[in-house]
Every structure is written in C-alpha cells, then in structure tokens.
Design a binder for this molecule. Structure first.
Ligand code: GAR
Length: 189
C-alpha cells in the first residue's frame, strides 16, 4: 500500500475525488493533506475523511526543511499537488525525485508559468481565441509548470465559451483523470 500526501491551497474538489478514489483502492491511500492556508476548504474535506492535516507557514517551508520529517512520519511515497499555488522548494524536489505530481488546468507548455493558475489560465485561454483546452498532469520541479509531462487530454471550445464554462469543462476532465493517472503512477512508484 502506497501513501499519498495531497498539497492543496483551495477548495479541494480534486483532493476530494482523489481521497474518495483511494478509499476503494488496494494500491494507495491518502494519509495526509497539507495546505498553505489555514481556512482552505480542502482541510474540511480532509477532516470529513479523518485524514490528518498540516498547515505550512511560508518562512518555515522555504527556509527550513520542517516538512520532511512530517512526510516521513506518515511514510509518504507520493506527493500530489492539487491546486497548490506555492512553488515547491528544491530540497523537497530532491527528497522526492519524480514523486511529486502536479495538475495544470491547460495544455502545457502553453498557458503555464508564474501567475497562471485557476481563473487566470481560463481567461488567457479565452483571450487567445483557441479552440481547445485541457489538462496536463506532470512531474513537479522547482519551476512553475515545468517537469516531464505524464498525461494530457483536451476538450473542444467554441466561441460561446466563457472563462467560467472553460473552467467547468477542464475541471470535469481533472476529476475524471487525475485519480486514475495517480493510481497508474503508484503501480510504478
Ligand atoms: C484545479 O483546476 C487545478 O488544475 C488548478 O487549481 C484548481 C484547483 O481546484 N491548479 C493550478 O492552477 C496550478 N497552477 P480544486 O481546489 O477544486 O481541486
């Protein structure tokens, strides 16, 4: 059984899908939810499922390695970023080589990088007038939205789409694919 830690900053709809997927799995389970926001919705989801939580504080996260023993205590094998908006520090990437995965709500390498998160991504996609968007699941490193791509899938857009409708289409793809792509990775961890 492999142990997953989810890092998330927001409402946590992906975290919920992942937690619930692995409740039924013999391959892995979510053992820890980490957030940089003490009032993030994802923490309520963790508590609902009796999963321990941990709150990051910026100086400690970047200037010390305080998170490493926490991850060790929970015997974490894989870190899953699900709407986690802070950059992953280099020491964490080195401690978990190719064991940190991120989801991005667009088709990288387009529409990625610093400041490209959530609604900003979908607004940029709309402004570019492209007729597809989608999701990218990739290994995370210490740069925003770089790292080898593991999986991508797309949805078609039309002129009537707004950033809000694009967000809904993309989120549906995330919910459909992220848990099973993680499960596939765990089989190889
Ligand atoms: C997701 O759409 C995820 O792709 C995005 O934040 C959302 C979190 O939603 N992540 C990024 O933009 C990272 N650059 P959720 O809290 O409902 O899972």
């Amino acid at each position: 059984m492999k142990n997953i830690a989810i890092f998330a900053s927001g409402g946590g709809s992906n975290a919920r899908k992942i937690i619930e997927h692995f409740q039924e799995s013999a391959i892995g389970r979510v053992v820890l939810v980490v957030s940089n926001k003490k009032d993030a919705g994802v923490l309520d989801i963790a508590r609902e499922h009796n999963i321990p939580t941990y709150i990051l504080q910026r100086p400690l996260f970047y200037e010390t390695k305080e998170i490493l023993p926490v991850l060790q205590d929970h015997a974490v094998d894989l870190i899953v970023l699900a709407g986690f908006l802070w950059l992953v520090p280099g020491y964490l990437v080195q401690a978990f080589p190719r064991k940190i995965v991120n989801i991005h709500p667009a088709l990288l390498p387009q529409f990625g990088g610093k400041g490209m998160y959530g609604g900003h991504v979908h607004a940029a996609v709309k402004a570019a007038g492209v007729n597809v968007s989608g999701i990218t699941i990739h290994f995370a490193n210490e740069h925003y939205d770089e790292g080898d791509i593991i999986f991508q899938t797309s949805c078609s857009l039309n002129e009537t789409d707004t950033p809000e409708t694009i967000a809904r289409k993309v989120l549906a793809l995330e919910h459909e694919h992220y848990p099973r792509v993680i499960e596939g990775m765990l089989r190889g961890v």
